[in-house]
Design a protein around this ligand. Sequence first.
Ligand SMILES: [Zn+2]
Length: 154
Amino acid sequence: MPEEEAVIYRGRIRMPYTWAVGETGSFFLTQLRDHARIWGTRCPQCRRTMVPPRRNCPRCLAKTHWLQLEPRGSLVTYTVVHYRHRIHPPQEPLIYGVIKLEGADTGLTHLLGEVDPADLRPGLLLEAVFKEPEQRRGHILDILYFRPREVTGS
Ligand SMILES: [Zn+2]
């Protein structure tokens, strides 16, 4: 019996595709596009609020209900990216953050802007900056980025 040789080819495949985001994703993204509103879902049993929204709770599988959130929250963690890649929207350096919106129990990963990386720290208060209405297309990048927000009041 002849000896077998494993032949390995190393290549790169660039594969365009389309993907239906489903009922939950469609509502979330059209609300961003049409109203600059961020919606999450809340589990009636665990009482956890999730952003991005989930149709069913990943912990107990209960059907969730919709809940509109304010477009502001705080920074959980972040990373500064110094290399260029076609999947990154803006020019480097760019900053990805995990933002916990007020009232949410999960983090939303998004870009941070109008901030010096040296000023970043967990707990930093942030607000969403949306694209102009005519530029929004039902995509997570209808939110341009989150930026530090001024805290007013007593
Ligand atoms: Zn649950």
